[in-house]
Design a protein around this ligand. Structure first.
Ligand code: GDP
Ligand code: MG
Length: 198
């Protein structure tokens, strides 16, 4: 559990907004350890492999999108949630492929949950203040859906341990993940705290 790993990708809007340093700082100061880092431009096939989108995601996203259209008094591209979410997914792929991204592996106790908390929920409009998506950008489902594009929320973060394992294996070769000690580890994980006083 102390070596749990998760994947974070700073999406093209995060790079374009020159927020790489600000975003890394927020994860770094939590006490998690950066064990892998690279900048890449990824193609559409790669992104389709990256996203773990199950039938439930397609149904939920499609319904959410149709509701957004209704709220605005507009007609959705289709009444079928699955057809609508197929469009959302296509837009998502286009978004991630649009420019350089920065991929990172963060390691430590509860890495997946801690990173999701620091990141905030999917929609910047409703993400809590204090989170990356809540503090640093301004998008909403409503505007994104009506403009037929993905919600721009600066970062991707793995949603579960299983997702993280799959995603890390896709983005990083085993030798690109560095196993090393930080002085910080002593205070975060040491049981007795008996190495401080001289
Ligand atoms: P995440 O885990 O919080 O990133 O959210 P998901 O895994 O559900 O969705 C992946 C990405 O697709 C999100 O980060 C958004 O960029 C985009 N997205 C998700 N849901 C919607 C939606 O309903 N409408 C639009 N336009 N984009 C969405
Ligand atoms: Mg997700």
């Amino acid at each position: 559990m102390k070596k749990e790993k998760t994947l974070v990708v700073i999406k093209p809007d995060g790079v374009q907004r020159t927020l790489i340093g600000e975003i890394i700082k927020r994860y770094e100061r939590s006490g998690l350890k950066l064990v892998g880092l690279k900048m890449r431009v990824v193609g559409e096939d790669f992104i389709r492999k990256h996203y773990t989108v199950d039938p439930e995601w397609f149904l939920k996203t499609g319904k959410k999108t149709i509701e957004s259209y209704a709220k605005k008094g507009k007609t959705p591209p289709s009444e079928d949630p699955l057809e609508v979410s197929e469009i959302v997914f296509k837009n998502l792929v286009k978004y991630i492929a649009s420019g350089p991204v920065v991929a990172m592996v963060w390691q430590g106790m509860h890495a997946v949950g801690i990173v999701r908390k620091i990141t905030g929920i999917t929609e910047p409009l409703t993400s809590d203040m204090g989170t990356i998506r809540g503090d640093l950008t301004i998008d909403s489902y409503e505007v994104a859906d009506v403009d037929s594009r993905a919600v721009r929320n600066l970062v991707h973060a793995s949603g579960s341990i299983e997702e993280a394992e799959k995603e890390i294996a896709l983005w990083f070769k085993p030798e690109e993940i560095i196993n090393y000690r930080l002085i910080n580890d002593e205070i975060l994980y040491d049981v007795n705290l008996d190495g401080i006083l001289e």
